[in-house]
Design a protein around this ligand. Structure first.
Ligand SMILES: Cc1cc2nc3c(=O)[nH]c(=O)nc-3n(C[C@H](O)[C@H](O)[C@H](O)COP(=O)(O)OP(=O)(O)OC[C@H]3O[C@@H](n4cnc5c(N)ncnc54)[C@H](O)[C@@H]3O)c2cc1C
Length: 503
C-alpha cells in the first residue's frame, strides 16, 4: 500500500528534475532550498542567512511592510559571480528569487515572491573612479550616499535619487529622478554599460550594442540582476546650494499652486539651477483641523535663493519661512531624506504611494485634493502622518527632455511634474489597507481628472502595484510590444516578475 505514494513521489520528483516539467507543474513540484548546498557554491565572502538570525533580519527588514516578499533564505553575494551562482541554484531548485539593495521598493507586486531567495546586494557596493575621471564602476547594491560621498571627495558627482538610503539600481532601472537631472538626465541616462545576471544564470555585459540596453533604462527590473554598472560622472561645477521654505495655511492652495505654475515651473522651463518641493502635511500643534502646505525653493550655485523666485511667495503671506545655505551634500537632509530622517527608517510602517506624472498644476484639482486629504486624515487618525507630495521633488526637466523619448524604455519624459499622495500608517487596525488604498486612488483620480487625459502616467518606482502595465511603461503599442518581445527573448520563464511585471 505504501508503495503507491512512494512511487508517485519518486515519479513526481524525477519529473520535477526537468526544468520544462517544473515550469508546467508549477506549485506541485517541491521547492527546496538547502542553505548549505547554496553556500558551498559561493565565494568565501558570501553569506547565507536563515530566519531567526540577525543577518536575516538585517537583510529582509523593509521600509514598507505591506505585501512583502516571503523569504526563506537571504543570500548575500560577495562577488558578481556569486549572483550568477545563486540564480543558477534557484533555477535548478525551481525557487523564486528577488534582488534587494536598499529595501525601499514598496510596490505591492513584490509580495508575490513567496518561499524564495532574497539576493541582498549590499556587499556589492564598491565605487571606483576610472583613470580618465569620466566614469565610475559602481556595485549593483550601492546606496546613494556612498556613491555621492565617494565621488564628492574626488571632485565629481552623478545623478542619484534624492534619498541617501535608496540604491542607485533600484531607482535607476526604472529611470530614476534626482537633483542633478536638469543638467544630466535621469539616473539610468548616466549608465554606459552594466554587468547583468540574466534569467538563465549567465553574466553578460549589456551596453548600447545590445537590444536589451533600451529596456534596462525604464523597465530594467524585469530583465536581470545588475551586479555592477559603469556610470558617467561629472566634475562638480556648483558645490553650493541654498533653500528658502514657506509654510502656508490651507486657504492659500489656489494662490500657491498658481504661483508655482507661473513663477517657477513655467511649462517645463523652470531653470536648471532651481528646484521646488511642496507637500500637504498635518501639524496639530499649529492647526488641529487642517493640513498645512510647505514649499521649499532650492537654488544651485547660490548662497541665498534669488528673490526673483521667492518674492511672490513672500507676498502670499506664509505663516513661517526659513532659509539656509550649504552644499549639494545637504540636499537630502534638507528635504527630509537623509540617513537619519524618518523616510530612511525601517520602522515597521506600511508606506504606499499613488504617483501620477503631469504637465502642470490644475488649480481646482489641487483644492479638491487638499480638501479630501484634510477630511480623510481627520476621519482616520491612523493616516495623520501621511503627506500629499507635490512633485515628490520637482526637479527641473531639461536634461531628461533632451534625450529622445523613444531611445529608452522610460516612457514619460514629456511630463514636468511627479505628484505622489503618500499614505503611511502602522499595521493593526482592520480595514486600514483597504481604506488607505481607497484614499490614495481617490486623491490620484482627482489629479488625473484635472489633466484632461484619458491615460494615466504612473512612475514605476513610486507605483502602488495595481496599475496597468501601460501606466508604468507607456501607452504606446510599440513600447508594449517591444518590451514583450525582449521579455520573451531574455526571460521566457518570467523569473523577474515581481517588481512591476511587464508580463
Ligand atoms: C524615501 C524615499 C525616497 C525616494 N526618492 C526617490 C528619488 O529621489 N528618485 C527616484 O527616482 N525614486 C525615489 N524613490 C523611489 C525608489 O526609486 C524606489 O523605492 C526603489 O525601488 C528603491 O530602490 P531600493 O534599492 O532602495 O529598494 P529595493 O527594494 O532594494 O529594490 C527595489 C527593486 O529593485 C530591483 N533591484 C534592486 N537592486 C537591483 C539590482 N542590483 N539589479 C536588478 N534589480 C535590482 C528589485 O526588483 C527590487 O525589488 C524614493 C523612495 C523612498 C522610499
Amino acid at each position: 500500500m505504501e508503495l503507491i505514494p512512494a512511487v508517485a513521489a519518486w515519479a513526481l520528483s524525477s519529473t520535477c528534475q526537468s526544468m520544462v516539467a517544473r515550469d508546467w507543474l508549477g506549485g506541485i513540484c517541491p521547492r527546496r532550498i538547502d542553505a548549505e548546498e547554496l553556500s558551498l557554491r559561493l565565494s568565501s565572502s558570501a553569506r547565507v542567512y536563515l530566519p531567526g538570525s540577525d543577518g536575516f533580519t538585517r537583510a529582509t527588514t523593509r521600509w514598507s511592510v505591506l505585501d512583502v516578499p516571503g523569504v526563506k533564505v537571504a543570500a548575500v553575494p560577495g562577488t558578481e559571480n556569486d549572483v550568477a551562482e545563486i540564480v543558477r541554484y534557484a533555477n535548478k531548485q525551481n525557487v523564486p528569487y528577488i534582488a534587494v539593495s536598499g529595501g525601499h521598493g514598496a510596490i505591492t507586486t513584490v509580495g508575490k515572491m513567496q518561499e524564495g531567495i532574497e539576493i541582498w546586494m549590499n556587499q556589492l557596493s564598491n565605487v571606483e573612479i576610472s583613470d580618465d575621471g569620466l566614469t565610475a564602476k559602481i556595485g549593483g547594491g550601492a546606496l546613494s550616499k556612498s556613491v555621492t560621498d565617494t565621488l564628492w571627495s574626488a571632485g565629481k558627482q552623478t545623478v542619484t535619487g534624492g534619498c541617501e538610503c535608496t540604491s542607485i539600481l533600484g531607482p535607476g532601472l526604472g529611470g530614476g529622478h534626482g537633483f542633478l537631472q536638469a543638467r544630466y538626465g535621469l539616473i539610468g541616462d548616466q549608465f554606459v554599460s552594466m554587468n547583468v545576471v540574466l534569467a538563465d544564470g549567465t553574466i553578460q555585459i549589456i551596453d548600447k550594442n545590445s537590444d536589451l540596453w533600451w529596456a534596462m533604462n525604464g523597465a530594467g527590473h524585469n530583465f536581470g540582476i545588475v551586479t555592477s554598472i559603469t556610470s558617467k560622472i561629472h566634475d562638480i561645477q556648483h558645490p553650493n546650494w541654498a533653500y528658502e521654505s514657506f509654510i502656508f495655511t490651507g486657504d492659500k492652495v489656489e494662490g500657491l499652486y498658481d504661483k508655482i505654475n507661473t513663477h517657477l515651473l513655467k511649462n517645463g522651463t523652470q531653470p536648471v539651477d532651481v528646484m521646488n518641493y511642496s507637500f500637504f502635511f498635518n501639524n496639530p500643534d499649529v492647526d488641529p483641523t487642517k493640513p498645512l502646505i510647505i514649499i521649499f525653493i532650492f537654488q544651485e550655485g547660490a548662497t541665498a535663493v534669488d528673490a526673483t523666485y521667492t518674492a511672490s511667495f513672500h507676498d502670499l503671506g506664509p505663516i513661517s519661512t526659513e532659509a539656509a545655505e550649504g552644499s549639494y551634500l545637504d540636499l537630502p537632509v534638507w528635504t527630509g531624506n537623509g540617513n537619519e530622517s524618518p523616510p530612511c527608517q525601517k520602522a515597521g510602517l506600511k508606506n504606499i504611494r499613488f504617483p501620477i506624472d503631469i504637465e502642470s498644476y490644475h488649480i481646482p484639482s489641487q483644492r479638491k485634493a487638499y480638501d479630501l486629504f484634510a477630511s480623510a486624515t481627520q476621519e482616520i487618525p491612523a493616516f495623520n502622518n501621511s503627506l500629499f507630495l507635490k512633485g515628490g521633488l520637482t526637479y527641473s526637466v531639461q536634461g531628461v527632455q533632451s534625450i529622445p523619448s523613444e531611445s529608452t524604455a522610460y516612457p514619460f519624459r514629456g511630463d514636468n511634474l511627479l505628484l505622489a499622495p503618500f499614505i503611511t500608517y502602522a499595521p493593526g487596525e482592520p480595514d486600514l489597507d483597504k481604506k488607505a488604498a481607497e484614499l490614495g486612488h481617490a486623491l490620484r483620480n482627482i489629479i488625473h481628472e484635472g489633466t484632461g487625459r484619458s491615460e494615466m502616467h504612473t512612475y514605476v518606482n513610486y507605483a502602488y502595484g495595481d496599475e496597468a502595465k501601460e501606466n508604468w511603461y507607456g501607452h504606446e503599442k510599440w513600447r508594449q510590444e517591444k518590451l514583450l518581445t525582449l521579455k520573451n527573448k531574455y526571460d521566457p520563464r518570467r523569473k523577474f516578475s515581481f517588481y512591476a511585471p511587464i508580463a
